[in-house]
Design a binder for this molecule. Sequence first.
Ligand SMILES: C[S@@+](CC[C@H](N)C(=O)[O-])C[C@H]1O[C@@H](n2cnc3c(N)ncnc32)[C@H](O)[C@@H]1O
Ligand SMILES: O=C(O)C(=O)C[C@]1(C(=O)O)C=C[C@H](O)C=C1
Length: 241
Amino acid sequence: MSQDRIYAQPHGAVKDFAFDEQVADVFNDMINRSVPGYTTILHTLGKLAPRFAKSGTRIYDLGCSLGAASLAIKRSVDIEGVELIGVDSSAAMISRAERQLGAYKGKVAVSLKEADIRDIAIENASLVVLNFTLQFLPPEDRDALIGKIYNGLRPGGLLLLSEKLVFEDNAINDLLCELHWDFKRDNGYSELEIAQKRTAIENVMRPDSPQIHLKRLGEAGFSHSQLWYQCYNFASLVAIK
Ligand SMILES: C[S@@+](CC[C@H](N)C(=O)[O-])C[C@H]1O[C@@H](n2cnc3c(N)ncnc32)[C@H](O)[C@@H]1O
Ligand SMILES: O=C(O)C(=O)C[C@]1(C(=O)O)C=C[C@H](O)C=C1
């Protein structure tokens, strides 16, 4: 399915990437063909959630999109008294997430909010998920969000943070970017689609390095934090309060 119409503007210009109706319509296909290890991360979230979810607490899925991470949690947590709050600023995503999550019955109570994650309270949390979301926040807002998450987690609570990465070593960064573009080619993206996506996201997505993520988590107060997964320039971290 060609996605180059999403970015195209007159005279060959490329519009900034936005999580609008057009993107929401193709998002499941897009993220699976763009992020190496996305399904592995969701599968592992299904293993982490039962270990950390506690009755009488909340789980937050921040930047929930279509609700894939929330669904992995719903499917795996089999205890009463857990409330899952999914938050996304895209109305197009929230409307689709409501349909997807509403179709799955389970013990976890789910509520979805169309809101900016910078504006919502995080309270009494046993688990918080930022699955490829932090990278879309302005860099100057990231420390405050991670600090809010730390403060809102219960002792022993877990943050799962998945991100695209940039690397301080330019040779390594260039190599991993090329491997990522090969991944996209192998998944059927054309050279035009790859080039347009790079242009479309460069103003709206600013990846941090692994070092910056671990420093930010440590400074927020997390006692334990570690990359548990990396494929090319994509990674997932766990942090325990
Ligand atoms: C790459 S998608 C996240 C993927 C999703 N977490 C998953 O696991 O499938 C990024 C999402 O974050 C949302 N987003 C970006 N900035 C946001 C903000 N400030 N507040 C709330 N949602 C935001 C976007 O609308 C988009 O749905
Ligand atoms: O870096 C890219 O080329 C991506 O497409 C990455 C990425 C992400 O990391 O969130 C960007 C936006 C979404 O469409 C899904 C994937």
